[in-house]
Write a protein that binds this ligand. Structure first.
Ligand SMILES: [Zn+2]
Length: 200
């Protein structure tokens, strides 16, 4: 069963881990033949081949790709300089301000290719478990009271929590595809290998 309601800016993300959908599959790219059909001949293929196979590309001078990924500094993308707009938010959070930036790039700026890149060991997963550490350190650093720090955390935790890094970008991709007009690749960055895997 698929919800066919068209995506619109500000619309709710679908619930994660829908019972009727299998877990996403991660498809590696170890040769150009591994690039999935919809990404071939696009800036997404350029990213995959540059990142995983070290293929060097001439930059056309016109940025053609939007990349949305996490703020984690361990994500080291090997893109030709100047070839992509990069939106970095904790946990690849594409809501509110980030969603507006994204919408701007795909409308006013006319970008038609998008890579959404999750990664392993994201600090924004299981965020609720980090409440005590957050409160203790905020109190220690700023001198605020623990109650205020706790309330501040509670106000923001659901917005920033990442239930599952892979399903979050897969669901973002699904929502963006519903709007039509853009090719979207949900990808997963392996910290150990510095390589990208395609999420299917
Ligand atoms: Zn992260």
């Amino acid at each position: 069963m698929t919800d066919q309601t068209p995506w619109s800016p500000g619309s709710e993300l679908p619930p994660l881990e829908r019972a009727d959908e299998p877990r996403p599959t991660l498809r590696p790219v170890t040769s150009p033949d591994d690039v999935l059909g919809p990404y071939r001949g696009t800036p997404i293929e350029t990213l995959l081949l540059a990142q995983n196979l070290g293929v060097e590309f001439e930059f056309s001078g016109e940025p053609q790709l939007v990349v949305a990924t996490c703020i984690d500094p361990r994500i080291d993308l090997r893109l030709p300089p100047g070839s992509a707009f990069i939106i970095r938010t904790a946990g690849v959070n594409l809501k509110d301000e980030a969603l507006f930036q994204f919408g701007f790039l795909t409308s006013v700026m006319g970008l038609r290719h998008v890579a959404l890149i999750a990664h392993e060991d994201c600090a924004m997963t299981r965020l609720h478990d980090k409440r005590q550490t957050f409160v203790d350190r905020l109190v220690e650093r700023t001198g605020c009271d623990a109650r205020s720090a706790g309330l501040y955390f509670d106000d923001h935790v659901d917005f920033w929590n990442v239930p599952d890094a892979i399903t979050v970008v897969r669901d973002h991709a699904e929502n963006i595809r519903r709007g039509g007009g853009v090719v979207v690749a949900p990808l997963f960055y392996s910290l150990r290998e510095g390589r990208l895997l395609q999420i299917e």
